[in-house]
Design a protein. Sequence first.
Length: 341
Amino acid sequence: MFTYLFLKVIIMKTVTQTILFTGLLFALTATANIQLQPGISGAWIAGASGQGIFVNIARVNDQPNFVVTWYGYLNDQQIWLIGSQPFDYGIETLSVPMTITSGTGWDTNFVESDVIRNAWGTVTIDFSDCNLGTMQYSSNDANYGSGSLELTRLTGTDGLSCHEETGTADSIAKQSLAFMREEEKLARDVYLKFNRDYGQNVFSNIASSEQTHMDSVLNLMYIYNVEDSSTGIEGTFNNTDLQALYDVLIDMGSSSLSDAYLAAALIEETDIRDIEVFSEGIEAEDILTTYDNLLCGSRNHLRSYVSKYEAETGTTYQVQIPELASEVADILATANEQCGT
């Protein structure tokens, strides 16, 4: 099944309009099992027993790491095992080397150099869904041996969603994340350039906000196993249409501060339109929530740039994407919003 989504961007400079069409092709694929993802982080208990594991999907040196702490008992004594293993998103099963520690004291008697770390063995973990999993273990120590435990989720991590169909989860949504990552970067990069050109705080302040938006989208890309689409270099884009749009916007704002404000306002109108178009084809609540926050930010940014433009020129701002005329009028007639609440 294929779905085509066309995003319309209207660029205006003086009385000249340039229309860019970006066509995105989405293909739906299927996978049967849950993949390792940040949403599995939390406490997992082994049956009704007093043992289980804490899982944390951490990011270390820009690499996801599966961190597991296993708490249990041996000969009436509590035992803690810890392990960490780098991995790449897209896998369903992972083996983690575990370590058992001893050798130092409590609180102020703790001495780091006295800690003894012994290799314990490995655990291999997979999750059949967001609430059930299996942990197989094999120890170097005969006192522990080998075996298997069935895991049941006890707690989750506030703010993280677990997706049971990570591989199929809304291909339109996954493609939209790659596009929005670069579109938010476009806004940031243009504002950084205008700030250097004109030294107006509004550009640097909103550029910082756009960086936050970029980071929010990237966090979702980690969850949905979407490769980061950003080049990481200011003014460059993997998406050729966004590269062309960036070049036009920089040229548009190069003549004067008022033209820079117009270009910035056009970016925010374009963001509003693109996010609204994408949101129509998305069901994932965490993505929709993030997009709602991005929309809120774009509305506030639009208000700021329009206010600056009108103060600079003494003229009333005219909407630049005609199909948004009514929506933009409503936005400009209302006060700034509190986003992310």
